[in-house]
Design a protein around this ligand. Sequence first.
Ligand code: NAD
Length: 349
Amino acid sequence: MQTLLVTGGAGFIGGQFVRDAVDNKLARIVNLDALTYAGNRDSIPSENEHHVFVQGSINDGELLDRLFADYSPDAVVHFAAESHVDRSIDGPGAFIETNINGTYQLLTTTRKHWQGLSGDTKDGFRFLHVSTDEVYGSLGAEGYFTETTPYAPSSPYSASKASSDHLVRAWHHTFGVPTLITNCSNNYGPYQFPEKLIPLVTLNAIGGRPLPVYGDGKNVRDWLYVGDHCSAIRTVLAQGRPGETYNVGGNCERQNIEIVRTICRTVNELCPNLAHECESLITYVTDRPGHDRRYAIDASKIRDELGWDPAHSFESAIVETIQWYLDNSTWVERVLSGEYRMERLGVGE
Ligand code: NAD
C-alpha cells in the first residue's frame, strides 16, 4: 500500500481526499495540516493504521525533513493553502507565506528526499500540486480555459496560486522532480467552511439570514462536486505524465444568482416548515474588487488521455449537499460557534 504525504488534509477538499482514502483503505495517509481557521479535525477520521495526523506547517522545513525520514512517502499531494479570495483582499500576507513560500519549502524538501531514492521507488515518486482555474483570469462570454491558456490572475489568492504553479513547473524542468498539476474549477459538497458561496447561502437560508450576492449576481463559475475532484486527483496521481498539467471541471457553468436561487428552492422544499421564503432574503452587495466575470474549464485532456469524467450531476449533488448541512447540525454548530477551534488551542470546553 502506498504512503501519501497529504498537506492541508483537514480542509474541505483535502478532507474529502483523506476520508475517501482512509475509508476505502486506498493508501496510508500522513496528513500534515496547520489547522488554520479552515482546518477542522471534526471533518476527518481519527488516527488509525491508515491515517497519521500531524499538526504543523508546510513552511517548517525541519518538520518536513522528519516526516520524509519517518514515513518515506511514495507521493506528496499538496492541498494546503489559504483559499478564500475575500480574505486575500483583506490580508494578502498569509497567502504569500503559505501558498508561495510554503510551496517553495515543500518542493525543496521533496526534491532532497526524491534525490535520495533509487530504482522503482524513485521512478514512481510523484508530487501532485492541487491548483485552481482562477490562475487563468477572466473569460468573456465565449471560450474555455485549456492547459495552455496564459496565466492572468486577478486576486492576491489567484496570483499566489499562479506563483506556486510556476514554482512546481520549475522544479520539474530544472531539477527533474516528477510533478503534476491539477487546475480545478469551484468545488461544492459536505464539510465546506461556511465562508464560501454554497455553504454560506445554505446556512443563511436555513437560518433566515440575508443571502449576500456580489454585484449583479451574473458572474459565472463552473461547479464540480468535491468527490469528483478527488477522483480526478487520484486519476492524475496514478496515470498522469510527470511535468504535465490537467484541467479539471464539471462542465457545469452557472451564474452565481442561479446557484443562490437553486439553494433557496431546495431549502424551501427540504424544510417545508420554514416560516420564510428563502428568495426574499437575497441581498445584492457591492461587488468584490477585481471580481472575475466568468470561469469555464475545458477538461478534454484529462477525459481523453486519462479517461476521467465526473460521476455526479449538479442537480442531484447540490440537493445531497444541502441535505448534508441539514443532517449535520453538530458539525455546523461547532463551526459557527468557533468551538471546533477551542480544543486545538487548549481552551477548556
Ligand atoms: P481549505 O481552505 O478548505 O483548506 C486548506 C487547508 O490547508 C486547511 O485545512 C488549513 O488548515 C491548511 N493549511 C493552511 N495553511 C497551512 C500551512 N502553512 N501548512 C499546512 N496546512 C495549512 O481549502 P480547500 O477549498 O480545501 O482547497 C484545497 C486546495 O485546492 C487549495 O490549494 C485550493 O487552492 C485548491 N482549490 C480549491 C478549490 C475550491 O473550490 N475550494 C477549487 C480549485 C482548487
